[in-house]
Design a protein around this ligand. Structure first.
Ligand code: ASP
Length: 358
């Protein structure tokens, strides 16, 4: 753990957790080719040293390196580590807010994960957890990391009068709910936030704020974090022209517990898949339907009736629906062990109806 800036017992702390990513990346020839780089090279303490002079008054920064990876390699045990670190920090009365620096490739999974495991907790405590990252490595000319990191710290430290505690993300001068993040461009500087409803950081848009409040009202209870080795095995399969039944049949004899289907359009599945999918569902494999389209809702029984056991994932992309299904399957298991008869469908349905902020 490294500590910087005016550190006194009574000064509220902002904890910055480093997970790696391009924000901590280094290019070998940054002036010529900033996109040729290795992610997760610079320690979080050094990233903070570069912005130290601009840190808002009245807070001190504490940092902790949890990982330093390219987030394309994100693992479930790392999500557990992060989830526990965030919950522990939320409980700490000295910590006013938390910032997480993360690679953008899988930031959408982590954003939804944090919302589902501690969104309510953060809201009740009136603390902000803020995810951020960068699209250019730390040594690139015009690197976007320092301003994103500073904005995230400011958002975590700023008073709640204009916006409640909860799980947010900050990128390119805009804020959104972390669960609305989605990287939808390979290189644009605002790639992770551009398709999400968002608000300029210093001018909160009233419709966005009412959306945040609607999401927070709808999310009544956080879900447990699965233990590292207990994450349910869930795969993502994409429907496409020429889809074959074998793609589903192959999973029937496996230990897979869930399939997330990225359908075409409104979550349509190729007719070649329907029979084997219905068999999968009868065998107890959880099946969830999303869209490969990139935006818009997938609603139950639209345009055709869902086969028995298959749930629509609402606004969630396939990677987000996968996290949601894993947490729902784990919640079912934990509910059963404490004598409650709630199913994964009960938990998943609560997630799939979270409002879209528009
Ligand atoms: N591949 C990088 C990562 O996800 C991309 C980024 O951070 O922007 O770690």
């Amino acid at each position: 753990m490294s500590q910087i800036h005016d550190h006194s017992e009574n000064t509220p702390h902002i904890l910055v957790l480093g997970m790696g990513g391009t924000i901590a990346g280094l290019a070998s020839n940054p002036d010529k080719d900033p996109l040729q780089y290795a992610a997760g090279q610079v320690e979080i303490g050094s990233l903070l040293d570069h912005i130290e002079t601009a840190i808002p008054d009245g807070v001190c920064l504490i940092s902790k390196q949890l990982a330093n990876i390219n987030s394309c390699n994100l693992t479930e045990p790392l999500l557990v580590l992060l989830g526990n670190a965030v919950r522990e920090a939320l409980e700490n009365t000295k910590v006013k807010g938390i910032v997480v620096t993360h690679g953008t490739d899988t930031i959408e999974e982590t954003g939804l994960f944090l919302q589902l495991i501690c969104g309510k907790f953060a809201q009740n405590l009136g603390k902000r957890v803020v995810l951020t990252g960068a699209m250019l490595p730390a040594n690139a000319p015009n690197a976007d990391g320092p301003s994103n990191l500073l904005d995230a710290i400011q958002w975590a430290a700023s008073p709640l009068d204009n916006c409640p505690g909860g799980i947010y993300a900050v990128f390119g001068g805009r804020a959104c709910m972390a669960m609305d993040l989605a990287k939808r461009h390979t290189t644009a500087l605002i790639a992770p936030i551009q398709s999400s409803p968002s608000s300029p950081l210093r001018l909160i848009n009233p419709s966005w704020l009412s959306g945040v409040k609607a999401v927070e009202a709808a999310w009544a209870e956080d879900l447990p974090i699965p233990r590292g080795h207990e994450w349910p095995w869930v795969e993502i399969l994409t429907s496409h022209a020429g889809a074959r039944p074998e793609t589903i049949d192959l999973w029937l004899g496996s230990k897979v517990q869930g399939l997330v289907l990225a359908g075409t359009g409104m979550g349509n599945l190729h007719e070649q898949w329907l029979k084997p999918l219905s068999n999968a569902s009868k065998q107890g494999i959880a099946v969830v339907r999303t869209s490969r389209s990139g935006a818009g809702l997938v609603l139950p029984n639209i345009p055709e009736k869902d086969f028995e056991g298959c749930l629509a994932a609402g606004k969630f992309s396939a990677p987000k629906a996968r996290i949601a299904l894993q947490l729902a399957l784990n919640a079912e298991k934990q509910a059963k062990s404490s004598g409650k008869s709630l199913t994964w469908q009960d938990f998943f349905a609560r997630i799939a109806v979270l409002p879209e902020i528009r």
